[in-house]
Design a protein around this ligand. Structure first.
Ligand code: SF4
Length: 242
């Protein structure tokens, strides 16, 4: 089954451990207000790619991966194409390549379960802990995302939690604390990444003819980021500001 690939990033250092080939895939059920890759949301775009092609590319780049690196499937939302990804991930694993899945955790079915089971690490994007605010940001509540985190804890699957701090949208202290309370006892949660809000994808909205609905939202101040990091550090021992 062909996989719809949006683009590749070689030598990536932001999406998982070490140096990685990041494969951005088409399709996402969420509509995050700050999405930096709105051109990946439609499942119709991208290049249909056979799993073997991705594996071959990864094998060519394997010498750069070192001990910790590997391949990260990002998006878009990679679990949209879970059935197509399973054979690719199987082959990568057979070749000793570390695999990460960067997901919003919002889709659950047998294929997603198998995909996550096969992978080494899941990068779970939690957009907000408060369900109503999560819905405001993404168009969906976060029940499934939290359920995915619960599955990883139950099945001893290591994961990192990623949280984008958007002024006025996801920087509420009570929500960050609630997230801390919810996850503080999760033994599989290895790292919490706090990501600043940025507008690097804004020009893509113009190209798509879409309205950028966060027009006027300020970037984070250093003080806001430090404060949020400090709160998270009250709950987690490994908090990284990316
Ligand atoms: S989950 Fe990711 S790809 Fe999907 S809309 Fe949100 S930011 Fe964009």
């Amino acid at each position: 089954m062909a996989i719809r690939v949006h683009s590749y990033e070689s030598l990536g250092t932001y999406d998982g451990p070490g140096i990685r080939l990041v494969v951005f895939l088409q399709g996402c059920p969420f509509r995050c207000l700050y999405c930096a890759n709105p051109d990946t949301i439609s499942l119709e775009g991208g290049t249909p790619t056979e799993p073997e092609e991705i594996v071959e590319r990864a094998l060519r780049e394997k010498p750069f991966f070192g001990k910790k690196g590997g391949v990260t499937f990002s998006g878009g939302e990679p679990t949209v194409q879970a059935a197509g990804l399973i054979p690719a991930v199987r082959k990568l694993k057979e070749n000793g390549i570390n695999v990460c899945i960067d997901t919003n955790g919002g889709i659950w079915n047998k294929d997603v379960e198998e995909l996550l089971s096969l992978s080494d690490l899941v990068l779970l994007d939690v957009k907000e802990f408060n369900p109503a605010r999560h819905r405001k940001i993404t168009g969906h509540d976060n029940t499934r995302t939290l359920g995915t985190a619960g599955w990883m804890e139950e099945h001893a699957k290591p994961f990192w939690l990623r949280y984008v701090l958007v002024p006025g949208l996801s920087d509420f202290e009570e929500d960050i604390r609630a997230l801390g309370e919810h996850f503080k006892a999760y033994s599989m949660l290895q790292r919490v990444e706090l990501l600043p809000y940025h507008t690097l994808g804004k020009h893509k909205y113009e190209t798509l003819g879409w309205e950028y609905r966060l027009e006027g939202t300020p970037l984070n101040t250093q003080e806001q980021l430090s404060k949020a990091k400090g709160i998270l550090e009250e709950y987690f021992s490994n908090v990284i500001l990316n």
